[in-house]
Write a protein that binds this ligand. Structure first.
Ligand SMILES: [Zn+2]
Length: 271
């Protein structure tokens, strides 16, 4: 979750020629010859648990375009009632959804500097307990629908947490591309490198330029993780997401997939 719920400046105004600019961006993607099946694209929606109107709209768009979606759920926010409602929202598209863990309570515990739920200000035993409580809660509520993958709030955590993930049986981790410290070998990383809704640029046009550059570069790298924050989305953001999904679907060199399938296939991201 980012600070505040207001849409980032780029969503205040979608450029009139955005369709053309998106085409141009996708046309410029140069994939490596080794990416025979095309670039992997995965969408990760964060801060999930409350089945509100915006989440319903998000899930609906992914269902309409038949695009897989990885949903990062904050365990402390999830209840049996909310889980049943989330299942109803996804009704017929269960195979297109992958549910993973997003922190425990999504709280910052650092008195200064970068926000961290799993950082140096807390003891290993407390962090370990939070991880385990979250894991057990999602397992109990979701059963087989839960994929043992972890995404730390604000995309970062410390090395004690990374080691605890391996020990507690998590199979995958999703942070920013290039995040440090390195993860243990047994925990596969599926990084994100494109941010749609929590961009920091003060003016919209810089936001658009940087977003399109991130998209072009990560698609060209062969692995493109795209972050979604539904609470920050407005109508413009929903409209653009529809455009993005339909453009990606129409193009051959992209393979849209969720984290559960990547894990099952044993997919490893090349550095
Ligand atoms: Zn978050």
């Amino acid at each position: 979750m980012s600070t505040g719920k207001n849409p980032a400046p780029l969503w205040q105004h979608i450029p009139a020629d955005i369709h053309r600019r998106l085409h141009h961006c996708l046309d410029q993607v140069v994939t490596k010859p080794s990416d025979g099946d095309g670039s992997i694209v995965f969408f990760r929606a964060d801060d999930v648990a409350v089945p509100g109107r915006k989440l319903a709209r998000l899930v609906d768009i992914f269902g309409k375009h038949q695009v897989p979606l990885t949903l990062a759920v904050v365990p402390a926010w999830l209840t049996e009632t909310r889980w049943q409602r989330l299942l109803e929202l996804c009704s017929k598209d269960h195979s297109l959804r992958c549910w993973i863990q997003h922190g425990w309570r999504h709280l910052n515990h650092e008195p200064r500097g970068s926000k961290l739920e799993f950082g140096p200000s807390r003891s290993l035993s407390r962090k370990r307990k939070d991880l385990q409580t979250g894991f057990q809660r999602l397992n109990r509520l979701m059963g087989d629908a839960f994929t043992p993958a972890f995404t730390p709030p604000w995309n970062r955590c410390d090395s004690e947490t990374l080691n605890a993930l391996q020990e507690l049986g998590y199979q995958a981790l999703s942070r920013d591309l290039g995040a440090q410290p390195p993860a243990p070998a047994a925990v596969t990383e599926y990084p994100v490198s494109v941010d749609l809704h929590t961009r920091k640029e003060k003016d919209g046009e810089s936001g658009w330029q940087n977003f399109l550059k991130e998209l072009r570069e990560s698609l060209g790298n062969g692995f493109c993780g795209i972050m979604i924050h539904h609470q920050r989305m407005n109508n413009a953001a929903f409209d653009f997401l529809e455009l993005l999904l339909s453009e990606l679907k129409q193009r051959n060199p992209f393979r849209l997939i969720h984290v559960g399938t990547l894990l099952r296939e044993g997919y490893v991201v090349e550095n």
